[in-house]
Design a protein around this ligand. Structure first.
Ligand SMILES: [Zn+2]
Length: 351
């Protein structure tokens, strides 16, 4: 079914730059990034073969691949994927989920700093947006983008991918009106269903070779993907495929109210997370700003009223304003010792 809004209304959007894309640190390993394709999203174009609606003409040449990673960021896996991409000097497009970005803003910043393109994939990944009311659809889209932009701490691209690739006409009209390009895919790796590394490598490479080009879908929340990616990129390199880096002509303007609210939320969360370096200890600790009462004294309810009053006063005095919570026992011990010996104050840097 072709979407009427896409017929004849989309101007040509892909512009090729002839220059080599990046100064690569590992020229022997590099999977050639042959072109940067800059997309003008202002008319809300849609790309990718797998869609119920009409797509823009294929902008990739023969043996050109666009790498995309959905559903992250993942604290366990995204960094490994970034390291593999860096090794092969390949740039990708990430479609993170808003609430995941809010949970792991540091990883979002690393993706941005490494020069990858960042779009949006809704706030909470509703698998079928066709079942949602238009107001919920708009909220999912806007809140998702606002969260990703706030977490990345730099402008992101007006690029969107539907959760589960389940595109919806009402959502497409909204995205089009909003000047956001939609990216479906041409080749699925099936990393959501394949758990064996070797099988994922073979399936992905054979599908790419069969299609000859295309936007390739991965998920950076799948350990099989992180494990298979080096072999997949090596296979693409050996088969003389080139990587195309998608970029946007304009940056996304997030919903201002949502962006401000989410950025504020992240700021207060960052305040609570601090890295302390102590003498003889390197590690990460979490600092709670809320006063916490450590009930280490025996219960006082059985005491006589006057005595209870004294004990309660003592307990209140023990209230720790900035309770330091550690991620491992060793760190906790170090801090206790530090307090006992009254050594030099820890230096605190927010991250
Ligand atoms: Zn997804």
């Amino acid at each position: 079914m072709r979407h009427p809004f896409f017929i004849g209304t989309i101007v040509a959007t892909a512009i090729a730059c002839g220059q080599p894309a990046y100064a690569c640190q590992n020229p022997n390993d590099a999977l050639n990034t042959s072109r940067i394709v800059q997309v003008d999203a202002s008319n809300g174009p849609m790309y990718g073969r797998i869609s119920r609606f009409a797509s823009e003409p294929q902008f990739l040449r023969s043996k050109e691949i666009v790498l995309t990673f959905d559903d992250g960021p993942s604290p366990r896996l995204t960094r490994s994927i970034l390291a593999t991409l860096a090794k092969y000097c390949a740039k990708a497009t990430f479609f993170p989920v808003g609430r995941m970005a809010m949970a792991y803003p540091q990883i979002m910043q690393e993706i941005a700093q490494q020069g990858h393109t960042i779009g949006g994939h809704t706030w909470s990944h509703p698998n079928n947006m066709r079942r949602l009311a238009i107001k919920s659809i708009e909220k999912q889209i806007e809140r998702g983008f606002a969260a990703v932009a706030a977490a990345s701490q730099q402008p992101i691209s007006p690029f969107f991918r539907f959760p589960g690739l389940n595109d919806d006409g009402r959502a497409l009209r909204y995205l089009q009106k909003r000047g956001i390009a939609t990216f479906s895919v041409d080749v699925v790796s099936d990393d959501s269903y394949i758990s064996d590394v070797e099988e994922l490598v073979q399936t992905t490479l054979s599908r790419i070779k069969q299609q000859g080009r295309g936007i390739l879908l991965f998920h950076d929340i799948k350990s099989v993907t992180a494990e298979a990616l080096p072999q997949i990129l090596e296979g693409l390199k050996n088969a003389n495929f080139n990587i195309v880096h998608l970029t946007s002509k304009f940056t996304l303007v997030p919903n201002q109210t949502m962006h401000e609210r989410l950025a504020k939320k992240l700021k207060s969360k960052t305040k609570q997370t601090a890295t302390l370096s102590l003498a003889g200890f390197q590690g990460t600790v979490r600092v709670r700003e809320e006063p916490q009462l450590r009930q280490t004294a025996p219960p006082v309810t059985h005491l006589a009223p006057e005595r209870r009053k004294v004990e309660l006063a003592k307990l209140r005095a023990k209230r720790v304003r900035n309770l330091i919570e550690t991620i491992d026992g060793r760190a906790w011990t170090s801090i206790i010792e530090h307090k006992k010996t009254n050594a030099a104050q820890p230096s605190e840097t927010t991250n």
